[in-house]
Design a protein. Structure first.
Length: 599
């Protein structure tokens, strides 16, 4: 969800048993939040200046320790409190799923007229209060090198590696580090040195590893890479390539229904393959081996918006959990969003959310139009001063004009690139298209960090106050600020906060998004580009196969409801027709499209 929006979420939701993840990539933001929360709990704040050796990892370690300590105190306080209306203790049990054991025990306690029994049940309930896990996220592609004053690369001090080390050194237990954006050999190799991720006993880890993936092949490749180093992956977190927030890793057009089906059918094979490699690696290091594999969770997130969808993916595909992200941006009790941006989120329409080229990483990026960051960028362009000050330098990755990498959103890069563009004397339309592509890039380090400092009135960077936000496309179905209890109640089917009665199933929503993406790829296709044409052909076939899969599954997806099945089939027919139209001008090398309509 970005850097700032969950930077302190564990302090808001962990006491209710809800897990959340903090991005630990922006250490200046973390330093700002360290200062704020040390002051909030009336403990002395000792700054960790940038010039101090290992400042990045030390800031991360101390912030995570601080959060852990505060959450443990919150849990202790809840356990010592009494069951009274509105208390955190009561909220804890009221937010549980109705059919959970603790929820039923809580209901039984409330109904009991036996004083002794009731008191005994209260003590049992309190003893079972558990904090949600405090997890962290590292985007593996954000891993710039850091240098000495003489320009030499400092070994093992890249952004991602130092963040990993900061997490590893923390006091967190029953915690998970989530790696997103694919395999980073340098980062994954360093994991082998971190003994904090070793199993303490069969299935027992203080710190676990989760990989965010968009398809089975990615899970297998990354899982094997780590298993060969004696590193166990405890969770594969499947995320839709396009029906999600933040950066969109499209892949080859793998839609989520067929992807989940593949994980379901190959789950045992995946576990056995990784366990064999893992045990061999442990034996080669003269470490203890295991008789049976440690558990591997398979989870999913992306686009889910109703309890029925939540239960379907979890139950039908045998998932261990299904996660929600974007809707929680409208829950101030869970996330930290500044008021102007929160107002924009409530008003978001389909046209407000776009897959943009704004990210300096060169990866498609979901973007909410009209934010202060968006307006600031266009203001600079209007004033003929395109580009952003590059103060954080987390996304520097371009050496086209310089020896050391610079960011493509920076003033320096855009000036150099625009000057180069002018020298090419391109035709007017081609020139304007290329010019726009250069100036579209936007500073995300600051834009995705500013919400928390603004909300808590903490100075972050002088005169840099713009906010960017990257919600998933399903934000359009959530149009009002709600309480944590309301959102959790919606997830568990206790209430409904979606007012759009004609919202398509999230499988259909994702399907339309993929077809739109394919349509745009076709528009940009240059006829001699055989490689691009091959990609489009494969992408098309993946969508075609997904439509066939959804037709076969229509009955069970729609819980045997005849009217919903009929509507679902009609939506698939429309999607099939749009898919056919999308590749109409791709030429004779494309496969026949009739099977899409007839499947």
């Amino acid at each position: 969800m970005g850097l700032a929006f969950t930077i302190d979420s564990p302090l808001k939701v962990a006491k209710f048993g809800i897990s959340s993840a903090i991005s630990i990539m922006e250490d200046r933001l973390i330093e700002t939040m360290r200062k704020y929360y040390y002051n909030a709990i009336e403990e002395p704040f000792i700054p960790i200046p940038t010039k101090q050796g290992n400042s990045r990892e030390n800031r991360i370690t101390d912030y995570l320790n601080l959060i852990n300590r505060v959450v443990n105190n919150q849990i202790d306080k809840i356990k010592k409190s009494i069951f009274e209306a509105g208390s955190d203790l009561v909220k804890y049990f009221e937010m549980l799923p109705n059919k959970s054991d603790l929820s039923m025990l809580y209901s039984y306690m409330q109904a009991s007229n036996d004083t002794l029994e009731k008191e005994g049940l209260k003590q049992i309930l309190k003893a079972n209060v558990r904090a949600g896990s405090i997890d962290v996220n590292i985007m593996t592609k954000v891993d710039k090198d850091n240098y000495t004053k003489d320009g030499a690369v400092i070994e093992d001090s890249s952004d991602a590696v130092s963040a990993l080390r900061g997490y590893a050194k923390s006091d967190l237990t029953n915690s998970t580090i989530i790696f997103s954006a694919g395999l980073n050999p340098r980062l994954f190799n360093y994991l082998e040195k971190c003994r904090q991720f070793d199993a303490k006993a069969p299935g027992k880890f203080d710190k676990k590893i989760a990989l965010k993936v968009s398809d089975y092949r990615s899970a297998l490749i990354q899982g094997k890479y780590l298993a060969k180093k004696g590193v166990w992956v405890s969770e594969f977190r499947i995320e839709s390539g396009l029906n999600c927030g933040g950066h969109a890793f499209v892949g080859d057009g793998n839609l989520i229904g067929p992807t989940l089906e593949e994980f379901k059918s190959k789950r045992s094979e995946l576990c056995a393959t990784l366990f064999d490699l893992y045990n061999k690696a442990l034996a080669a290091k003269s470490c203890p081996t295991y008789q049976t594999p440690h558990p591997i969770k398979i989870t999913y997130q992306g686009g889910i918006a109703t309890n029925k969808e939540h239960l379907f993916v979890q139950n039908h595909y045998g998932l261990d959990a299904a996660g929600w992200g974007t809707p929680f941006l409208l829950v101030p009790e869970a996330t930290t969003v500044d008021l102007p941006t929160l107002t924009l989120l409530q008003k978001a329409q389909k046209s407000s959310i776009q897959i943009s080229p704004n990210s300096p990483l060169g990866v498609p990026f979901y973007y909410l139009k009209g934010t202060s960051s968006d307006l600031e960028k266009h203001s600079r362009i209007t004033q003929k001063r395109p580009g952003s000050p590059c103060t954080e330098r987390h996304l520097v990755n371009n050496t086209e004009f310089t020896k050391l990498p610079i960011c493509t959103a920076s003033v320096k890069y855009q000036q150099l690139k625009l000057n180069q563009l002018k020298s090419l004397h391109l035709p007017s339309q081609e020139y304007e298209t290329a010019k726009k592509s250069i100036m579209d890039k936007e500073c995300l380090c600051i834009g995705l960090s500013n919400a928390a400092p603004i909300q808590y009135q903490q100075p972050f960077l002088n005169n840099l106050t713009a906010v960017a936000i990257c919600p998933g496309p399903n934000i359009i179905y959530f149009s009002k600020v709600v309480s944590l209890q309301q959102m959790v109640g919606h997830i568990y089917g206790k209430t409904n906060i979606i007012t759009e009665v004609n919202r398509p199933h999230f499988f259909i929503n994702e399907l339309y998004i993929y077809i739109e993406y394919l349509r745009n790829q076709v528009k940009e296709l240059q006829s001699p580009d055989k490689k691009r044409k091959k990609f489009i052909q494969h992408f098309y076939m993946q969508i075609q196969e997904a439509i066939t899969y959804y037709r076969k599954k229509a009955t069970i997806i729609n819980d045997y409801n005849e009217s919903q099945i009929a509507a679902f089939i009609i939506q698939l027919d429309i999607a099939a027709a749009e898919l056919t139209q999308s590749i109409k001008h791709c030429g004779p090398s494309m496969p026949s499209t009739s099977s899409v309509l007839q499947a």
